[in-house]
Structures are given as structure tokens and as C-alpha cells.
Ligand binder design. Structure first.
Ligand code: HEC
Length: 187
């Protein structure tokens, strides 16, 4: 009985202390790892514009045309982003934080991967085919390599999900169902 009383009062004390600490911080404190690997308690900077994006979602991409806009990515879109920055970035993007782009040296100039005017009109199935078979097999330039042997179907599906997420103009939501039939529709 005595033990239980001591236990309960220690519990209440801890909870009270925690409540006090939570109040003392203007923002909820975060138990973070610092660079030198010591645990520190600090507050997370909380800029309004990425409030949704950086808390609770899987990943993000900055809108290529508007650095102020952060696009939240779900799991598959974030996988697609990773593969894009490994395989496609040199040809399908201009200069990135990872380094200079080779896009301007490629003929024909590859479309930017966020170019909705080019890709919104293509169905998921035809994008899958274009990426898996490459330019030569699809009647386009052989400068577009085939990825069907180096990437899995799921990898390519994730890439397409990423392309849809970053598309400008935005990829229409209704179109996900009608494979192949959709025409490009500016929004
Ligand atoms: C060596 C440069 C290069 C790389 C790397 C590259 N591409 Fe391309 N890609 C091109 C070129 C050039 C075209 C334009 C082909 C044309 O219009 O004739 C193109 C076109 C495309 C198209 C449009 C095809 C069509 O039928 O209109 C898609 C989709 C595409 N690329 C996706 C990708 C993806 C996804 C990756 C990475 C997995 C990638 N590309 C990597 C050069 C490249």
C-alpha cells in the first residue's frame, strides 16, 4: 500500500513537471538529435507556409516553378522522387542542388519532368511504356534510354506518381481512372 502511494505521487509529480515544461515552451518542444549526436531539447522552427507539408507527411518536393510552394508527397511519390534524382534528373531537369544539368546538351531537349503540358495528356500506361521501352522502341529519340530492365514495374509506377504530383499545370484528379482516353487539359 505504502509502495503504491509513493508510486502514484511520483507519477503525479512527473506528469505535473511535464505539463509545466510543455507550457513553458511557446512551441511544443522536440527531443532532437543534434549534429554531435547528443540529445537536445529544442523547439522546431514552424514557418506557416510549410506547416502541413513538413509535419506528418512522408516527403516533400519544392514546386520547380515556385520555390515558396512545398508539395507534400505520399510514400509512392517520394519513392519516385528518389528514383528520379538517381536516374532521370540530368536530362529531365535544369540545374539542381545536386549539380549542373546536362539537359541543354541533349538533342532533342528532353521535356522537364514537371511539364504538365507534355505529360498530363499521356496515360499512366503510355508513360509506363515510354519509360520501360525508351525512345527507340516507341518511335521517339533514342536519347531517351529504356529502363525496363533496370527498374521494376513498381519503380516506374512510383516515378509516374511523382511526375503527376509535381506536374505544372497540375495533373487533373479526375483523370486517374480513364487510362489512355484523357486529353491534356490546362487547369
Ligand atoms: C540521357 C538523357 C535522358 C535520361 C537519363 C532520361 N531521359 Fe527521358 N527523355 C529523354 C529525351 C531526349 C526525351 C525526348 C524524346 C523525344 O521526344 O524524341 C525523353 C522523353 C521522355 C518521356 C516522354 C516520352 C514520350 O513518349 O513522349 C518520358 C515519359 C521520359 N523521358 C521519362 C524519363 C524517366 C522517368 C527517366 C528516368 C528513369 C528518363 N526519362 C531519363 C532523355 C533522357
Amino acid at each position: 500500500m505504502k509502495f503504491l502511494l509513493i508510486f502514484l505521487s511520483v507519477m503525479a509529480g512527473c506528469l505535473g513537471l511535464a505539463a509545466y515544461v510543455m507550457r513553458a515552451f511557446p512551441n511544443p518542444p522536440c527531443w532532437c538529435w543534434s549534429r554531435d549526436q547528443g540529445a537536445i531539447v529544442t523547439t522546431v522552427p514552424h514557418p506557416k507556409w510549410n506547416e502541413y507539408a513538413s509535419y506528418g507527411s512522408y516527403g516533400t518536393e519544392v514546386d520547380w516553378n515556385n520555390p515558396q510552394r512545398i508539395i507534400p508527397l505520399d510514400y509512392h511519390q517520394a519513392q519516385g522522387k528518389r528514383i528520379f534524382y538517381q536516374q532521370c534528373v540530368w536530362c529531365h531537369s535544369d540545374t539542381t542542388p545536386a549539380g549542373p544539368s546536362n539537359r541543354s546538351n541533349v538533342t532533342p531537349t528532353p521535356p522537364l519532368m514537371n511539364d504538365g503540358a507534355v505529360f498530363n495528356g499521356m496515360s499512366d500506361a503510355s508513360l509506363q511504356q515510354a519509360i520501360a521501352l525508351g525512345g527507340r522502341a516507341t518511335g521517339k529519340s533514342a536519347m531517351m534510354p529504356p529502363y525496363g530492365k533496370s527498374l521494376t514495374k513498381d519503380d516506374i509506377r512510383d516515378l509516374i506518381a511523382y511526375m503527376r504530383a509535381i506536374a505544372a499545370p497540375a495533373y487533373g484528379k479526375s483523370s486517374a481512372k480513364d487510362h489512355g482516353k484523357r486529353k491534356s487539359k490546362p487547369s
